[in-house]
Design a protein. Structure first.
Length: 94
């Protein structure tokens, strides 16, 4: 498994499918078929890698918000779009 390729796919999904303020789990960024093709160990490994990347600020505009009862981390998209930036009259999100 190439973590960097999966990060790219995840970032594409965040940009394309999520709105500002949407919360998500890592597995929700991928098609069920893609995610289920990974072994349990690969899914756990990638989840840890994604969490580390968020913590280090290497995944822009995403923050960790909580850990669910099922032990899955939940994240929030705080990505600014150009429209939101124009409305806020600045280059950053609130």
């Amino acid at each position: 498994m190439n973590h960097e390729e999966w990060i790219k796919k995840g970032l594409e999904s965040i940009e394309k499918d999520l709105r500002l303020g949407d919360s998500f789990e890592v597995k929700g960024l991928f098609k069920d078929v893609e995610w289920q093709q990974l072994s349990k160990g690969e899914r756990i490994s990638f989840g840890r890698y994604f969490s580390m990347m968020v913590k280090e600020g290497k995944i822009p505009n995403v923050i960790k918000i909580e850990r669910e009862k099922n032990n899955h981390n939940k994240y929030k998209n705080q990505q600014c779009t150009k429209i939101v930036q124009l409305l806020l009259l600045s280059n950053s999100c609130i």
